[in-house]
Design a protein around this ligand. Structure first.
Ligand SMILES: CC(=O)N[C@H]1[C@@H](OP(=O)(O)OP(=O)(O)OC[C@H]2O[C@@H](n3ccc(=O)[nH]c3=O)[C@H](O)[C@@H]2O)O[C@H](CO)[C@@H](O)[C@@H]1O[C@H](C)C(=O)N[C@@H](C)C(=O)N[C@H](CCC(=O)O)C(=O)O
Ligand SMILES: Nc1ncnc2c1ncn2[C@@H]1O[C@H](COP(=O)(O)OP(=O)(O)OP(=O)(O)O)[C@@H](O)[C@H]1O
Ligand SMILES: N[C@H](CCC[C@H](N)C(=O)O)C(=O)O
Length: 496
């Protein structure tokens, strides 16, 4: 990690002050609570409040410059002048901040790729990093599960804020990381968090319902995701597109229009990376696929066709970035389960298995259950719930997907946050139907579900994946589905 903090003039950060001296900047902040003397404070228009409200606090803490939009500038002009700080007014201050952060921290791993889509981002980013590591590169992935691989760090966001992101990329580059795979959430794209990152390749996994609390319409949500391909290198950039998704063709046209090399992925004959068949068993699957028309076989120690598709997406990205295709194919059997994504966490004495999965959208619940089916000889039990303070319209759809694709459904709590958990459950139950069993307490739901497992059965605990806390109100209580499942299995099998 670099010990000396960088210093920079505003001009060197691509910013032109409209008033005040061209002060030296010793740091960047987006939150007034984190401002230190010499910082540039970005006063951004927010969903709840305009950051300009916090400019007096930032100036009192010694902010050397304020970056804001026109609306913000009118509000703070005099205060900034009085404090002798610089004022930078930008049409799009979020974008200006992202580019300034890229210049301020000044380095990134040489080869970077990003993945977008409603589901599968963490999995594809993780598999991409794993393949790079098997090939001998110093690689890491950045996303919902933190920074993992040859460099590790926690992360609060799927796509970190630009300041955090560019600081991290600089640190990674200085630590010798040459390859990084990151997740591009629709929030991150809409808020220009990735701007300034040089991307060699990008992938699109799928597009289904989520986050309609944040994006006004489906099309706005799609446009945010499509924005990733505007951030990929125009000339020798690569786009890996899932053509099985109904919006794949639209995404491919966008990437094509920008001059990128499009690698089509899916079941169709015209796909460069094509899944030809799979043979699932209790511990994984053998897959037959073709790269540019040549058939290949690989053993994957992973459950579910969606993970096979995610692996092939990752493989196509690594090949697109220049790796030898045969070496990539040979790396695939070395991949391992992504934490909390169709992860087997316990086995009962009678052989029944318990999986934890991060399915928290209607499509993911359906996909995960359908994917599990060919690996299971007995019945599938599922535990499902929906998060509070998130898209309300997805709740009954998640319940419906659970009932349609499992044999027995338990509806429980999943991060109720500031909402009434009983109301969230009622919405999920509405879609799940009267046969579903409602159990508010998640630990109790797990115990009851594990108790229903007979030989050959499987339980899918959906929604929380790698999470280690249950958010109730604004407090986080320790809760880990994998741990609870092990305890339930041990208790019911007489081990504790
Ligand atoms: C909904 C959303 O994305 N909000 C982001 C947005 O905040 P906002 O517009 O709501 O901010 P606001 O509360 O109105 O405040 C306006 C401004 O005042 C600043 N402020 C606020 C209070 C204060 O005391 N001082 C101060 O300076 C805030 O930092 C902000 O810049 O801009 C802020 C600054 O850039 C982000 O930190 C914030 O992310 C919040 C923390 C968040 O939780 N975002 C989640 C939903 C998110 O991004 N999730 C995606 C994953 C989604 C998925 O795919 O599942 C992710 O990439 O992680
Ligand atoms: N390719 C896919 N198609 C459909 N569903 C998938 C796919 N990949 C993963 N899923 C489902 O989505 C869940 C979350 O997977 P993953 O974490 O990889 O997605 P994500 O897009 O990163 O989600 P988030 O950003 O919310 O973490 C998985 O546990 C699985 O249920
Ligand atoms: N990135 C997603 C994760 C949801 C996970 C689920 N456990 C929930 O709390 O809804 C979100 O914040 O909407």
């Amino acid at each position: 990690m670099p010990t000396d903090l960088p210093q920079s003039s505003l001009n060197a950060l691509g910013l032109t002050p409209s008033s005040g001296a061209d002060r030296q900047i010793t740091g960047l902040s987006v939150d007034s609570r984190q401002v230190k003397a010499g910082h540039l404070f970005a006063a951004l228009p927010g969903t709840k409040v305009h950051g300009a409200e916090f400019v007096p606090t930032a100036l009192a803490k010694g902010a050397a410059a304020i970056l804001t939009d026109r609306a913000g500038a009118t509000q703070i002009h005099d205060a900034v002048a009085q404090a002798g700080a610089a004022l930078v007014v930008a049409e799009d201050p979020r974008q200006a901040l992202a580019y300034a952060a890229a210049l301020f921290f000044g380095a990134q791993p040489a080869t970077m790729i990003a993945v977008t889509g409603t589901n599968g981002k963490t999995s594809v980013a993780t598999f991409t990093r794993q393949i790079w590591q098997v090939l001998g590169y110093e690689a890491a992935n950045i996303g919902t599960t933190g920074v993992e691989g040859a460099y590790s760090a926690p992360s609060n966001h799927t796509t970190p804020e630009p300041i955090t992101l560019h600081r991290l990329l600089g640190d990674m580059a200085h630590a010798g990381i040459t390859h990084a795979a990151m997740e591009a959430s629709s929030h991150g794209l809409a808020q220009k968090r990735l701007d300034g990152v040089v991307l060699k390749a990008a992938a699109f996994t799928n597009f289904t319902q989520d986050h309609l609390d944040y994006h006004a319409t489906f099309e706005e949500y799609f446009a945010a995701k499509a924005g990733l391909f505007a951030r990929v290198l125009p000339d020798d950039g690569v786009a890996v597109i899932n053509m099985d998704d109904p919006r794949g063709a639209d995404m491919a046209a966008i990437a094509n229009g920008r001059g990128q090399r499009v690698i089509r992925l899916g079941h169709g004959e015209d796909c460069e990376m094509r899944l030809l068949g799979k043979r699932p068993d209790a511990s994984g699957q053998d897959i037959r696929f073709s790269w540019e028309g040549k058939p290949q076989m690989a053993r994957l120690p992973l459950i579910g066709e969606f993970q096979a598709m995610n692996v092939l997406t990752a493989a196509a990205m690594v090949i697109g970035c220049g790796a030898d295709p045969l070496s990539v194919v040979q790396a695939l059997p070395h991949l391992s389960t992504v934490r909390g994504r169709m992860q087997q966490v316990a086995v009962r004495d009678n052989g029944a298995t318990v999986f934890v999965d991060y399915a928290h959208t209607p499509d993911a619940v359906a996909t995960a259950l359908k994917a599990l089916r060919p690996h299971v000889l007995g019945k599938i039990v599922v535990i499902v719930g929906a998060g509070g303070d998130r898209d309300r319209t997805k709740r009954p759809l998640m319940g419906k997907a659970a009932t349609e694709h499992a044999d027995l459904v338990f509806v429980t709590d999943d991060n109720p946050r500031t909402e009434d958990p009983a109301e969230i459950r009622a919405a999920v139950m509405e879609g799940a139907g009267p046969q579903a069993i409602e159990v508010g307490d998640r630990a109790e739901a797990i115990l009851l579900a594990v108790n229903r497992l007979e030989p050959g059965d499987a339980l899918l605990i959906a929604g929380k994946g790698h999470e280690t806390g249950q958010v109730i109100g604004t407090d986080i209580y320790p809760f880990d589905d994998a741990e609870q499942a092990s305890v339930a299995v041990a208790a019911l099998d007489g081990k504790i």
